[in-house]
Design a protein around this ligand. Structure first.
Ligand SMILES: C[S@@+](CC[C@H](N)C(=O)[O-])C[C@H]1O[C@@H](n2cnc3c(N)ncnc32)[C@H](O)[C@@H]1O
Length: 397
């Protein structure tokens, strides 16, 4: 792993990315490399990006490889984080790799060097971006690489459908930054109709994947729960199941040293689609601070009220403890409520606590039931229960 991390760092340095600590440093760096009027143009292009006009921005920065690499320095830590995850999780050597929306080809060149026997194809809607990519591959002496101009919404690739082992989309096809999202419940959001052009793009890419082992990796800028849910829904509506055990949350620092976490989703035609609850549980682990969702001492009434009215919910496992000193009875229960798990503890003396966790943590929570049984057995008679003994007034099963 150490070597891989060092390899990634030296690749990024070798390509010419700089370690810049904030936007002031970035613009000072550009001032040192370009004429004043050119920096002014770049500043105006950057403002366009912030207003959501990506195409105008890329038209400006793909004017030369040098400019596009300088702007890529803004994303230095994003590349580091993604590539470290990529090399440790893609352990099978692909024969054909497609990099969708490859821009100046930085990642495409990395893939080609990392898999020297693979055929690596990068495509981008921007002809200027593809010119930069060809120049970069030439500079790095990468041979197993091809670049084509194509729009993912109207895709033609120089390869047979069903023959690509790996397609990557990094900051390319997901909802653009600033895409409007409606605040609503997560359930409404996940069932909402996704935007047509993105279905079209993933729908055009999916048939190129090899049906038995082809994988799509999306590390796109889907930064809100709403965008993540919609994006996951788009991927799955195109016949690709999202494999949550291979997917991951990646963290990196942006140019202002804020820590950003984005999902890297792994999907394939052979993967059973994840349910909405599973997807929401995966996204909820980072979007919602579940440590806040604990009702403890002094909040017994609220804990009981919430537990009673969170429905539907299903009992998973639990146990009763009869204290050997005769001081009372204690129940420890694990429940499932949609994408969440609930640990509910209550006694015959009116004590209640309630903890909510993402159901991605289910294995841990099941272990917490075992641990509780083991610890409590030293001072109580503990009996595992197949169903809850005390019913609250909801409609739990
Ligand atoms: C933020 S850049 C990312 C480039 C590259 N993936 C990287 O991470 O360095 C987004 C790229 O997606 C490209 N792009 C946007 N929409 C596209 C589409 N419909 N088809 C192909 N490329 C597209 C843009 O031209 C741009 O080069």
């Amino acid at each position: 792993m150490q070597n891989r991390v060092a390899d990634i760092a030296s690749f990024l340095d070798g390509v010419g990315l700089k370690h810049l600590r904030n936007t002031n440093q970035f613009w000072a760096y550009l001032d040192s490399r370009y004429a004043r009027n050119q920096v002014g143009d770049l500043e105006r292009a950057y403002l366009k990006l912030e207003r959501g006009d990506e195409a105008a921005f890329y038209q400006e920065i793909f004017q030369s490889l040098k400019v596009s690499i300088d702007f890529a320095s803004l994303r230095h830590d994003l590349y580091r984080s993604y590539l470290e995850w990529f090399v440790s999780s893609i352990t099978q050597t692909p024969e054909v790799v497609v990099d969708a929306g490859c821009g100046n080809g930085l990642l495409t060149c990395f893939y080609a060097q990392h898999f020297p026997k693979a055929r690596v194809i990068g495509f981008d809607i921007s002809a200027a971006g593809i010119e930069c990519a060809k120049e970069l591959a030439g500079q790095l002496g990468v041979k197993n690489i091809e670049f084509v101009v194509s729009d993912a919404s109207d895709l033609t690739l120089p390869i047979e459908k069903g023959s690509v082992n790996l397609i990557t989309t990094v900051a390319s096809l997901g909802p653009p930054p600033g895409a409007p999202v409606t605040e609503s419940s997560a359930y409404d959001l996940i069932s909402k109709k996704p935007r047509l052009n993105q279905i079209l793009q993933i729908g055009n890419l999916a048939p190129y994947l090899e049906p038995e082992n082809g994988q799509l990796i999306s590390f796109d800028k889907v930064s809100t729960l709403a965008q993540q849910a919609t994006w996951a829904n788009i991927i799955q509506s195109c016949g690709l199941g999202i494999d949550l055990s291979s997917s991951a949350w990646l963290s990196y620092q942006n140019i202002e040293s804020d820590t950003i976490a984005l999902p890297a989703l792994v999907a394939g035609p052979h993967v059973k689609p994840s349910s909405n609850h599973e997807l929401l549980a995966f996204f909820a682990t980072r979007n919602i601070d579940l440590s806040q969702w604990t009702l403890d001492f002094g909040q017994e009434g609220l804990a009981e009220l919430v537990f009673t009215f969170v429905n539907p919910k299903t009992y998973i496992r639990g146990a009763r403890a009869n204290y050997t000193d005769g001081s009372g009875i204690y129940w420890y229960e694990l429940w499932q409520a949609g994408p969440f798990n609930i640990i509910f503890e209550h006694t015959d003396q009116g004590f209640r606590t309630l903890r909510v966790a993402s159901s991605t943590q289910k294995a841990e929570l099941l272990r917490s039931v075992d641990d509780w049984i083991e610890q409590t057995s030293s001072y109580a008679t503990v009996t595992e229960l197949q169903s809850p003994e005390v019913r609250f007034d909801g409609n739990e099963k």
